[in-house]
Each structure stands twice: as structure tokens, then as C-alpha cells.
Design a protein around this ligand. Structure first.
Ligand code: SF4
Length: 187
């Protein structure tokens, strides 16, 4: 019998619903707060804040919930595994809107400047970078709270969601570059 120290993390074919809800809830909240923060931060302009806030939300949402299932998920093991649900649940959407890809291409998600991985990371970091100057130009307590909320969501994703909820238990972790970068493959 394996001791607790040598026991490996369980790999999920179907993630628990709670994990899927936490993942998607924090993702949508990040985009929403980011968009509101950009709009509020640049509200001294009659058009810039609203335009860039809405644009940020729409592009981030599109990247996560349309581009990912079209470009990344068809190559993932969760697309092929029967009765599966990945951490985002996007394998189910992908099966409805995209043709099956090639698992050999899955690591390509991290190749190139505008690869899906980099776009995904940009969608999380852009609102923080955009709100920073706005905190000096147009400070308000509400903007500071939103800024801290988005930073908190980013840290929550990096230190709890990725290593403890998502990648640690992912059946694609031996092919996925992100799991390799986080060192969860052998856990
Ligand atoms: S290892 Fe992490 S980033 Fe990679 S597919 Fe799995 S959950 Fe997604």
C-alpha cells in the first residue's frame, strides 16, 4: 500500500461539478470585474472607458469560450474520453462546434507569440495593467477595490485553481505544457 507521501493525485475523467463551477465562476468574474474596472478607471473620457471595458470583456470571453473550444480542445484527451468533463467543461462545447483534432498538436497551444496560452494569460493580466495607471489618473475607492479583486482572482488562479483544483488532477497533464511549467506532472 502506498504511503500518503508517495500516493499520486487522482486523475479525473469527470471533474467534480464544484471544481467546474469554481473555475468558470472565477473566470467570468475576472473578465467582468476587469471590464468594469477599465470602464470606471477611464470614465473621465466620454468614450474610452466604456469602449475599452466592453471590448476587453467581449474579447476575453470570446477567447475563452469560442477560440479555446475551436482551436485547443479538439486536440485534448478530454475531447475523446467518453463521458468526460474537463475543468472548464469546454470539451462538451467543443464536441458540438469543432471536429476532432490530433492529440499530437495539443502542446502547440503554447507555441508562438499569439498562441492560445499567451492570449489566455493576456486576458487575465491586461485589466490589471490597464487599471494601474487609472488608479493614479482617476482614483476612487471603488476602482481600488475592483483592482484588488482582480489581483486576488489572478493569485487564486495561480496558487489554488491551477495547482490544486485543475492541472493536478488533469488527464492531459502529461501532454500539456502548462502542467509541465507548474511541475504537477509527477505529483
Ligand atoms: S493541465 Fe491544466 S492547463 Fe493543461 S489542459 Fe489540464 S487543466 Fe488545462
Amino acid at each position: 500500500m502506498q504511503s500518503d507521501k508517495t500516493a499520486k493525485a487522482k486523475l479525473y475523467v469527470r471533474y467534480p461539478l464544484s471544481s467546474v463551477l469554481i473555475y468558470n465562476g472565477s473566470t467570468v468574474l475576472h473578465y467582468l470585474l476587469g471590464g468594469i474596472g477599465i470602464a470606471l478607471g477611464y470614465s473621465f473620457s466620454s468614450w474610452a472607458g466604456y469602449t475599452f471595458g466592453v471590448l476587453y470583456f467581449l474579447l476575453s470571453f470570446l477567447d475563452m469560450y469560442v477560440i479555446m473550444p475551436l482551436a485547443v480542445c479538439p486536440n485534448c484527451v478530454y475531447y475523446r474520453a467518453k463521458n468526460s468533463i474537463c475543468i472548464s467543461g469546454l470539451n462538451i462545447l467543443s464536441k458540438k462546434i469543432a471536429k476532432e483534432g490530433d492529440p499530437k498538436n495539443f502542446p502547440k497551444r503554447a507555441e508562438g507569440l499569439f498562441c492560445p496560452n499567451n492570449l489566455y494569460m493576456a486576458s487575465l493580466i491586461v485589466p490589471i495593467l490597464a487599471m494601474l495607471p487609472a488608479l493614479f489618473l482617476n482614483f476612487s475607492a471603488a476602482l481600488l477595490l475592483i483592482f484588488l479583486g482582480v489581483v486576488g482572482l489572478l493569485l487564486f488562479r495561480f496558487f489554488i485553481i491551477f495547482p490544486k483544483l485543475a492541472c493536478l488532477h488533469c488527464s492531459a497533464k502529461h501532454q500539456c505544457p502548462q502542467a509541465g511549467a507548474m511541475g504537477v506532472r509527477d505529483l
